[in-house]
Design a protein around this ligand. Structure first.
Ligand SMILES: [Cu+2]
Length: 293
């Protein structure tokens, strides 16, 4: 009997000690747990995104048979890194490209190559812009970025010391890029059998405006004050839209072959610019003037 009483006293003491520590732990920890995170939150500074103003590319040496690695890329705007190959016969081809890269610094971008590279092939990484759709397509306007009258490139010559060959081989690529851009402009201008349709009925000016890389046709529209202007924007190629801020009117960005009609009232006199808001198209000349008299 004495033993049992001693056991009970012992258990009560042990339980009491445990209870003391459990409650004192929670009561001392609780204020700490609530105050420290608050202090941390208030001292966190927002990370500032670094957007370079100058584009540059660095191609890692020794492009392997199946991929090219860009060790560093600084992009002032969204774009793609496109891998061109010039073989020993001087034939240029596109053999790979990155996914769309946002503005900023990028490192170690591995680009899979469609065609294996051989000794003496010249590999040139060229920065291309994005027309706004996030899908690489030169024909849709994802052209090489031009900076200080030159393309943004990085060169590797397979198994050949670079200094010996870079200078002589890059011009053939430059010629290729120029021919490619010229061919694209030609393609869009020769298919231009556009007839400008302007009809006026019941004080509605209906006009069909064609858009292509990088212009509008017509590039001038004349409306009378108070007229309702109905613009049927027809995209002949590329990704474009029709925007006129003065009258708060715009189409959506549409693909080549598509049309969209918008309407607004020309309720003030003056000259107002309309333009394409995709990428750098406005700066590249994709704009026109609406005059209201
Ligand atoms: Cu455009």
């Amino acid at each position: 009997m004495k033993k049992i009483i001693l056991w009970i006293i012992g258990i009560v003491i042990v339980v009491g000690i445990i209870a003391y520590f459990v409650t004192s732990n929670t009561s001392t920890n609780a204020p700490v747990a609530t105050t420290t995170p608050v202090q941390n939150v208030t001292t966190i500074e927002p990370a500032k995104p670094v957007v370079p103003t100058v584009n540059s590319l660095t191609l890692a040496e020794n492009v392997s048979g199946s991929s090219a690695v860009i060790s560093n890329a600084s992009l002032a705007q969204a774009g793609y890194i496109v891998i061109y190959k010039t073989d020993s016969a001087g034939k240029v081809s596109v053999i790979g490209h990155s996914v769309v890269l946002g503005p900023g610094e990028h490192t170690n971008i591995s680009i899979p190559l469609d065609t294996p590279v051989k000794a003496k092939d010249v590999i040139v990484a060229v920065l291309h812009g994005d027309n706004g759709d996030g899908m690489f397509d030169i024909a849709a306007g994802d052209l090489p970025v031009v900076q200080n009258n030159a393309h943004v490139t990085a060169v590797d010559v397979i198994d050949v010391p670079q200094a010996a060959t870079d200078a002589s081989l890059v011009p053939s690529l430059e010629a290729y890029l120029k021919a490619q851009a010229d061919a694209m402009m030609k393609a869009t201008t020769t298919t231009k059998t556009t007839t400008t349709t302007i009809t006026t009925t019941n004080n509605v000016l209906a006009v069909t405006v064609h858009g292509s890389n990088y212009k509008f046709s017509p590039s001038t529209i004349a409306a009378k004050l108070g007229q309702t202007v109905r613009v049927t924007f027809t995209n002949d190629g590329g990704l474009h839209d029709f925007v006129i801020d003065a009258f708060n009117a715009k189409t959506s960005q549409i693909q080549g072959g598509k049309s969209e009609t918008i309407e607004f009232v020309a309720d003030k006199k003056g000259s107002f610019e309309y333009y394409c808001s995709v990428g750098q198209h406005r700066a590249m000349g994709m704009k026109g003037t609406l005059t209201v008299n």
